[in-house]
Design a protein around this ligand. Structure first.
Ligand code: ZN
Length: 342
């Protein structure tokens, strides 16, 4: 497995890739030059020096800046954003994050044939959808484009969202950036592994989609907590656990009642994975299950769960090894856990 961090080539970027390009610092200085921040930076590439010269032409085309792209927030936070960029570039902590990610990946994900370069771009503005996210991109006839099927993964970290929402002082926030990078790196490597090892997982439906979140987001969230903890297990906050368990149980019960209702499935999946940190009951519920197993020192078991992408085994193992103070599985979840291969 090969991860490549390109913090040295950091560029300002938007989620809509492949239009015009501005250098990070040029964008910051344009904020000064342009009254009311009606900038022409309709889209900035994520891909720095590899973009061809002609893409720069579009910089001249004035377009209103989409509200979603948080230009006002960048204007407010510009010094902090610039400091964070410098902080990450000088931190050189990337290899530590990569080592922790490796501990949670199936062995087959680290075969030579599975190696993928993952470029990481620190960007100043982007889609409001998140502090960090993955895009699959291809380079075709002079333009970068998003292509979920054929593209290679790149990770975008939106430093304005980070500056706006992460608590703590400069050092803590820089550390948190590496944690979120570890989270996204896990996704990149795990998804690549799933494509190769378990190619049918794309077409699952109903409750299976929710169960997949428990494994994928559950481990990814736990990986970022452990990265923040410098590799040590992270004790899941006990006061959060019961509510998450109830929400997971309610979601599964709803999906089992209407197994093929597209609307129910979509609503549950969106609610389970988006919004404020502790409201993401699928992601954080999965993290609870994973944390309880790691608390018992069973990282090998977590790698096996990842290798089989097996939420049933995750649930069954949780129930077997959860320590006192952590909630038991609800009835629907317990029934699902019973199906785990012994
Ligand atoms: Zn995630």
């Amino acid at each position: 497995m090969v991860f490549q961090f390109h913090t040295d080539a950091a560029r300002l970027a938007l989620a809509c890739i492949g239009e015009s390009v501005l250098r990070f610092n040029e964008c910051l200085s344009q904020l000064d030059a342009t009254p009311g921040h009606q900038l022409s930076i309709a889209a900035m590439s994520t891909f720095g020096d590899r973009l061809p010269e002609q893409s720069f032409r579009e910089m001249a085309a004035m377009r209103p800046f989409p509200e979603d792209y948080q230009l006002a927030a960048l204007a407010r936070r510009r010094d902090r954003v610039a400091d964070l960029l410098a902080g990450v570039e000088s931190a050189k902590a990337a290899s530590g994050a990569v080592d922790i990610v490796r501990e949670f990946l199936p062995e087959a994900a680290m075969d030579a044939g599975a190696a993928i370069p993952v470029d990481v771009y620190l960007v100043a503005v982007g889609h409001a959808l998140g502090d960090a996210y993955i895009r699959y991109v291809v380079y075709d006839r002079g333009h970068w484009a998003i292509d979920a099927n054929a593209g290679v993964p790149v990770i975008l970290v939106n430093l304005t969202v980070v500056a706006d929402t992460y608590p703590g002082d400069h050092e803590q926030v820089v550390k948190a950036i590496f944690s979120v990078l570890a989270h996204e790196l896990f996704h990149c490597a795990f998804h690549r592994y799933l494509e190769r090892a378990l190619p049918d997982t794309e077409h699952i439906q109903g409750v299976e989609r929710f169960l997949d979140i428990l494994v994928d987001e559950g481990i990814a969230h736990y990986v970022d907590r452990v990265t923040e903890n410098e590799g040590a297990p992270w004790l899941f906050p006990r006061d959060r656990a019961a509510a998450l368990m109830e929400q997971m149980e309610a979601a599964v019960s709803r999906l089992l009642a209407c197994p093929s209702s597209a609307r129910d499935i979509e609503e549950v999946i969106v609610a389970a994975t988006t919004g404020p940190y502790w409201k993401k009951f699928g992601s954080m519920g999965g993290c609870l299950l994973v944390a309880a197993i790691d608390e018992r020192g069973d990282r090998q078991c977590l790698r096996e769960i990842a290798a089989a992408n097996d939420a049933r085994l995750l649930l069954a193992t949780y129930e077997r090894c959860r320590s006192r103070g952590l909630p038991e599985l609800g009835p629907c979840l317990r029934a699902i856990a019973k199906d785990a291969a012994q």
